[in-house]
Write a new protein. Structure first.
Length: 240
């Protein structure tokens, strides 16, 4: 059953406009009487039926609602140093599937990509599409790009900060993290971090970990570390 994102559900009647209506009407060509699922970011799947379509909007009626089982039960934020655009899109897509709650890009000394106007908006569109594909109801939220020092100042808000440090040699991620509910993950860009940046993250409480003997690409490090963290936090336990 096809899924569509709406801002909110208020009553039994919903009207789709804009990009979601265009996808339903002009791309999928769904017709009156077709049943779909609406998600409003509140933890529920709203089963609805199309009652009317026009060139500019689609009208639906809510049939019933059920609890969404794919939404993450814990909060994981990925602080990702800017990478090339295609790689950032890949990271957003896969982290949405893995259950990451938020992704915040940041600038560091050795980044090779630059922030551009509208980058967060474009990445949010990627997250929204991935949300529908993986059947979440709450999209991954893409934050605005931070300066390095701004990113470090945010770390105090988390129960645990896991720092993927390419210079770390002895500390794998082997602690019990299942007791934490609000975790931050920090991953660098293609150029990595300089010594001052590493010291700043560690001094701010970042738990420096190694991802093994091989040097991973930035997108590989982000996706693999998020997958390990979500697994260790019990997010892959099956729930009926």
């Amino acid at each position: 059953m096809k899924r569509f994102l709406v801002d909110k559900i208020d009553g039994n009647n919903v009207t789709l406009t804009g990009a979601e209506h265009n996808h339903l009407h002009n791309v999928l060509r769904l017709t009156e009487g077709t049943e779909v699922i609406l998600n409003a970011g509140d933890g529920f799947d709203y089963h609805a039926k199309i009652t009317k379509t026009t060139k500019s909007s689609t009208e639906l009626v809510i049939l019933n609602s059920t609890k969404n089982l794919a939404d993450p039960k814990v909060s994981v934020t990925l602080f990702q140093a800017l990478t090339k655009s295609d790689n950032m899109s890949l990271i957003v897509q896969k982290c949405t599937e893995l259950g990451v709650s938020k992704l915040v890009p940041f600038e560091s000394k050795f980044i090779t990509a630059k922030d551009k106007n509208g980058k967060a908006d474009k990445l949010q569109l990627v997250a929204n599409q991935s949300t529908k594909q993986c059947r979440r109801s709450v999209p991954l939220l893409v934050g605005q790009t931070l300066k390095f020092n701004q990113m470090v100042s945010k770390l105090k808000d988390y129960d645990l900060v896991i720092f993927a440090n390419e210079c770390e040699k002895t500390m794998p991620l082997n602690c019990d993290i299942s007791k934490y509910k609000n975790i931050a993950i920090i991953v660098g860009s293609e150029g990595g971090f300089d010594k001052d940046e590493i010291n700043a993250i560690v001094n701010a409480g970042g738990k420096s970990v190694t991802l093994g003997n091989r040097i991973l690409r930035a997108e590989t490090a982000a996706i693999s570390l998020c997958a390990v963290v979500m697994y260790l936090m019990g997010e892959w336990n099956y729930e009926n």
